[in-house]
Write a protein that binds this ligand. Structure first.
Ligand SMILES: [Zn+2]
Ligand SMILES: [Zn+2]
Ligand SMILES: [Zn+2]
Ligand SMILES: [Zn+2]
Length: 358
């Protein structure tokens, strides 16, 4: 027990038989009692008794309203101790009353199991989640780095592909260039070869014609006879060609197509698994009851909801069951159903589906 520092005289004893360390106490007579003497004490029926465990002595008190009475019960609604007269009074008639000792024991046990539950089960779970969060945060970073690297790699591959194609087209241009130059060279050679022949022919013809203006003799007749014309030969120029130059037609760059070529990135999805069993958070007493049945419910937020019954009043409650607002339908009609829009406007019907800014 808990009195090791007391001297022998100070040891608490049963007030009736002097047995040390009595386990009980009469909280009305204010005496300590051993187990044996409890019965003896209770047999004194001249007054009220209230036997409590020693540790719970002084748990009951005189009623502040009725000075002759002690409060053995507790009104849980008013959160005060009550005496038998209080219990009988109209004030606490509808209220739930409990025996103080029972209440104390029940609550103490609840606290003990709660403490155990919190320490052994709930707190470790929270801690586990808490220590896991930095790890998960690091994972987020790792994953996004992986994505970025893969994206960079794909970008580089696409760049390389584009560079290769451009390089290929440039060498096609070089080839065509060489072909064109070769054709021109060939033409130049042919022309340059013919030009001196034409010049010589012109000179020869001039000399001959000059000579024929003077007195002619037999040798001249021979010369004239020998002359053959090369004009037709020279008239067609050598190796004339036509050329169609290459053109580059750039295609309009379509970002969407390039994007498709690179690939797609799926979206992040965060989902919370549904509970195996629905958990009741609270019960709300609405004003729609009895013959006025609750007809429809629509959530404004996680903690506020609009309701309608078969009256023409719509009511907004919070999860604590407090009525926050009530509005009448403008038409005076009873709504069959209601819904809340994302911006918090209220829709109701019929006959008309009516949106109201609330
Ligand atoms: Zn005793
Ligand atoms: Zn007593
Ligand atoms: Zn009282
Ligand atoms: Zn009460």
């Amino acid at each position: 027990m808990e009195y090791p520092m007391y001297s022998l005289q100070d040891v608490i004893r049963c007030d009736l038989c002097e047995t040390p360390v009595p386990p009980k106490h009469c909280d009305i007579c204010h005496i300590h009692l051993c187990e044996v003497c409890v019965g003896k004490h209770l047999s004194d029926e001249s007054k009220d008794h209230y036997i409590v465990p020693f540790k719970l002595r002084e748990i009951i008190s005189k009623c502040t309203k009725h000075s002759t009475e002690v409060c053995k019960k507790f009104c849980t609604k008013c959160n005060i101790p009550v005496c038998p007269l209080c219990v009988a009074s109209s004030e606490h008639k509808q209220h739930k009353k409990e025996d103080i000792l029972t209440l104390f024991e029940t609550k103490r046990k609840l606290m003990q199991t709660d403490l155990q539950d919190l320490e052994k089960s709930i707190y470790p779970k929270y801690q586990e989640v808490a220590t896991n969060i930095p790890v998960q945060r690091a994972d987020v970073n790792k994953h996004s780095q992986k994505l970025t690297t893969a994206l960079d790699k794909q970008g580089e591959a696409l760049h390389t592909e584009i560079d290769t194609i451009i390089q290929g087209m440039k060498s096609e241009i070089d080839d065509m260039d060489a072909q064109h130059i070769a054709a021109l060279d060939q033409q130049e050679v042919a022309i340059n070869r013919t030009i001196p022949e034409i010049t010589k022919t012109i000179l020869d013809l001039k000399r001959l014609l000059e000579r024929l203006q003077d007195k002619l003799d037999t040798s001249d007749v021979c010369l004239v006879s020998e002359y053959t014309s090369r004009t037709e030969e020279f008239r067609s120029l050598p190796a004339q060609f036509q050329v169609t130059l290459p053109i580059f037609t750039p295609k309009e760059i379509n970002r969407e197509q390039i994007h498709q070529q690179i690939g797609s990135l799926s979206e992040l999805a965060i989902t919370y698994p549904l509970l195996d069993k629905p958990r009741i958070l609270t019960d709300i007493q609405t004003d729609s009851r009895g013959s006025i049945a609750l007809r429809s419910v629509s959530c404004l937020s996680d903690s506020e909801l609009w309701t309608c019954g078969n009256g023409h009043i719509l009511r907004l409650y919070n999860l604590q069951g407090e009525l926050l607002r009530s509005v009448q339908t403008k038409s005076g009609n009873v709504p069959w159903d209601i819904a809340v829009t994302r911006s918090g406007d209220l829709a109701s019907g019929p006959p008309t589906l009516r949106f109201s800014q609330i």
